[in-house]
Design a protein around this ligand. Structure first.
Ligand code: 5CA
Ligand code: ZN
Length: 478
């Protein structure tokens, strides 16, 4: 009965904000009751989703990066070295000022990001051209005193899952190639989460403080707003100048290094659960799901045979490395279906006396609800095949959704009309004032210039009427 009441009160995904908050609670991802604003607690179930998501980014980076770990605290004199960087972050930094009751000689910043922690060490580590490229990353918590509305997984004051990579290169071009490579890695990471992302070059007024330029990837959320889910920054040689990072070239000359950094956060998880989820709760790609298959015994009188068959299937799937569980609790099957659907378990297997007579089981896909009777003899292969299909179908569905929600617009009125549904693509003359005016007039943001867009853009800037040099994505953003 209690289960039924919950079922009735779970909000439809149409009411996205309410749905999102309720999903985090009911599916046991985050607990938002921690008594500090912008800080939230991972439930163990949510944490194992996080573990699986971060295993993917680790695997992608470990191919040619090394993982490292730097301190959380950054001394004020290092933090204050890079002028642009300080300007960008000074309103967002938490400071540690005391050790017990004693004021500290040197104030310590809680890292909002780790350039100023890492680069003083890079100065010591980078000696010769043979040390380059240097590519390190860490996955840590960072702190930002965000003043916009905080939201679990989306806008945090403690980002608990900040993956930041920091690379050093001999030349500006090498660093530019690394930025492109970082974006390729992010696109692949999100592909594995079943999420299409839109890469674009941010306008200058929106680049990372201290960077030459920034390329970001955005995901389209169900409410039509976009979420920036990753960024890669070309830092040029400005941090190298500030932190004196030089290398000796083959001719024995000291040369300034060039750098990049790129980061993602648990926004990756926010976008994944938001884009795939439905009115019944979580929908997870099999690679991410903490439980990939749940087996529900359907028992009438004597359940011995059914339970034995369930155990056989569990053992067959388990030894193939599948994360599988039998729910043989006392609840009625319907309540069990509800519970595991809410948790996004990709496949449910029902086994009852009638299935056993056919030496088969009922296999149900979480994403489509599709039910099929499958011979027990071939159950492992059938399940593994479905895992691939589920991932491919989730990605294809999300891709269709994005494509159907990008609108080419010629006038500001058209942009205004389309924005509630998604993303507008409009011409732009490239002049900052026009960009800012466009943002102000329509009350939305320019994401940036789509990367890899065709060279020969023809059209008029909708603000000033001049010939456009580029197109930009415009969207309501988180
Ligand atoms: N040092 C660079 C690259 S590691 C950096 O800090 N870039 S950033 O500021 O753009 O952050 C990287 C990514 O973290 C962003 O693209 C965004 O996806 C995510 N992020 C930024 N602020 C928050 C926040 N307050 N809560 C959750 N995620 C955030
Ligand atoms: Zn213009």
């Amino acid at each position: 009965m209690a289960e039924q009441e919950k079922e009735a009160s779970f909000p439809a995904k149409e009411n996205f904000s309410e749905w999102y908050n309720e999903l985090l609670r009911t599916a046991e991802i985050m607990d938002v009751r921690y008594p500090v604003k912008g800080l939230y607690v991972w439930h163990p179930f949510g944490f194992s989703i996080r573990k699986n998501v971060y295993a993917i980014i680790r695997e992608l980076l470990d191919k040619d990066h090394q993982e490292t770990l730097f301190p959380l605290l950054i001394p004020e004199h290092e933090f204050m070295k890079e002028a642009e960087h300080i300007k960008g972050f000074e309103e967002e930094v938490y400071w540690v000022t005391h050790g017990g009751t004693n004021p500290l000689d040197v104030k310590l910043a809680l890292r909002p990001t780790s350039e100023t922690a890492i680069y003083p060490m890079y100065k010591l580590w980078v000696r010769s051209h043979a040390d380059l490229p240097l590519k390190l990353y860490q996955i840590v918590n960072t702190f930002r005193y965000e003043t916009k509305h905080t939201r679990p997984l989306i806008r945090l004051r403690e980002i608990t899952s900040f993956k930041e990579a920091h690379t050093v290169h001999a030349t500006w071009d090498d660093a530019a190639a690394q930025v492109d490579e970082a974006i390729r890695i992010y696109i692949e990471f999100y592909r594995q989460l079943g999420i299409p992302v839109l890469p674009s070059k941010r306008p200058d007024w929106d680049k990372f403080p201290g960077a030459d330029y920034t390329i970001a990837v955005d995901a389209l959320m169900p409410d039509g707003k976009t979420l920036q889910v990753g960024t890669a920054h070309h830092l040029g040689d400005s941090f190298a100048k500030t932190f004196d990072i030089t290398y000796e070239d083959p001719e024995g000359e000291q040369i300034l290094a060039h750098q990049t950094c790129y980061g993602i956060s648990e926004r990756s998880i926010a976008s994944m659960i938001s884009i795939h989820g439905d009115d019944k709760g979580l929908v997870l790609p099999p690679q991410i799901a903490p439980i990939q298959v749940v087996i529900i015994p359907i028992i009438f009188k004597d359940g011995t045979e059914v339970l034995e068959a369930c155990e056989n299937v569990r053992s067959t799937l388990g030894s193939a490395g599948i994360r599988v569980k039998i729910d043989d609790g006392d609840n009625r099957p319907g309540a069990k279906y509800y519970k595991w659907e809410m948790k996004g378990v990709p496949i449910r297997i029902e086994i009852g006396p009638r299935d056993l007579k056919n030496n088969a089981a009922m296999v149900v896909r979480r994403d489509t609800g599709n039910k099929e009777q499958i011979p027990l003899d071939n159950i492992k292969n059938e399940i593994l095949e479905r895992f691939d299909n589920i991932h491919a179908d989730l990605l294809a569905k999300a891709e269709d959704e994005v494509q159907s929600r990008i609108f080419d617009c010629e006038t500001l009125d058209e942009v205004r009309e389309k924005l509630p549904q998604g993303i507008a693509r409009v011409h732009w003359c490239g002049v900052k004032e026009c960009g800012l005016k466009l943002e102000e007039d329509i009350g939305a943001g320019i994401l940036g210039i789509p990367t890899g867009q065709d060279e020969n853009v023809t059209g008029k800037c909708p603000v000033c009427g001049a010939d456009a040099t580029t197109r930009v994505y415009v969207a309501r953003t988180y």
